[in-house]
Ligand binder design. Structure first.
Ligand code: 5GP
Length: 176
């Protein structure tokens, strides 16, 4: 089985314009606050990079990497940190930067875990959302695009580690 790039859902120009719009809104809303833009690896690395640069010199960034337990002993979606914050988040305003919200299970558990660390606030900024797939409630404060229930790649999102570096968002098609 191989995978090929199919229909382009969101172009490079559309992403660029949306990232600028979100950066403006985040800068306005967090003005004077101790904001920590937190990228969830690996998928958010491109989005966080463009978003933080659109926000300018003041932006501070960190990264976390999580995985969901697959041993069958924990509720579905429960997470563990493979890479934790490099800085103390106590009293900071954490804005989680994610590539895509699908069922919402991962983010719902992640927000709960981060709240245990005592931040001033935790909010979510996601490039993409598949609302038709939602199972767990998550509040997305800043959203790029709502998309239909199709598997997409590009702009940080992969399929078996391929296609992450495409500058647009496209659907993947299976061959063979
Ligand atoms: P959920 O919201 O179901 O807990 O999981 C979200 C995660 O599933 C995302 O961070 C991403 O890693 C993966 N995911 C969901 N939909 C897609 C998709 O269409 N393309 C890719 N590449 N990953 C997806």
């Amino acid at each position: 089985m191989s995978y090929e790039i199919g229909e382009v859902l969101i172009t490079e120009d559309e992403i660029k314009a949306k990232v600028a719009e979100i950066a403006k809104a985040v800068s306005r809303d967090y003005k004077g606050k101790n904001l920590l833009l937190t990228g969830v690896l690996k998928g958010a690395f491109v989005f966080l990079s463009d978003l933080s640069r659109a926000m300018g010199a003041e932006a501070q960034v960190d990264f976390i990497k999580i995985s969901t337990y697959k041993d069958g002993t924990r509720p579905s979606g429960e997470i563990r940190f493979d890479l934790d914050f490099s800085s103390d988040v106590h009293g900071r305003h954490v804005l989680l930067v994610e590539d895509i919200v699908d069922t919402g299970r991962t983010l719902s558990h992640l927000v709960k875990e981060i709240k245990k660390k005592g931040p001033a606030s935790v909010k979510i900024c996601a490039l993409l959302d598949k609302p038709s797939r939602r199972e767990a409630e998550v509040e997305v404060a800043y959203l790029g695009f709502s998309i239909p229930d199709r598997f997409v790649v590009g702009y940080g999102l992969d399929c078996a580690e391929k296609f992450r570096c495409l500058p647009y968002i496209a659907v993947v098609e299976e061959r063979g």
